[in-house]
Design a protein around this ligand. Structure first.
Ligand code: H2B
Length: 95
């Protein structure tokens, strides 16, 4: 399924749609902190499986118990419905 660029209305609604995420230079951003590295890496593994399932992948980094995630659609150079769907799945996995 090709990514659909978010409409201006969907962009304006993002703070309500994904309240835990912030917009940074046109991309979605969220930071996570876990008890330790094992918990952080377990979370990343679950996110990786969700990303593979969607065919849409995060830009991310990990420092011990912290995971920093940025989402955008590289193919479009914009945010798409796939970024919103991946963010939703990440929120569920984060608990
Ligand atoms: N992930 C993200 N974040 N943006 C993309 O444009 C993208 C992707 N494209 N994962 C996918 C892979 C594409 O390159 C492959 C061919 O499906």
């Amino acid at each position: 399924m090709p990514a659909q660029r978010l409409t201006p209305a969907a962009l304006a609604a993002l703070p309500a749609t994904l309240p835990a995420w912030t917009l940074r230079e046109g991309r979605l951003h969220r930071e996570f902190r876990f008890a330790d590295f094992s918990a952080a890496f377990g979370f990343m593994t679950r996110v990786a499986l969700a990303a593979e399932q969607l065919g849409h992948h995060p830009d991310w980094s990990n420092v011990w118990n912290r995971v920093s995630i940025t989402l955008s659609t590289h193919d479009l150079g914009a945010l798409s419905d796939l970024d919103v769907e991946l963010a939703r799945r990440i929120d569920v996995l984060a608990g």
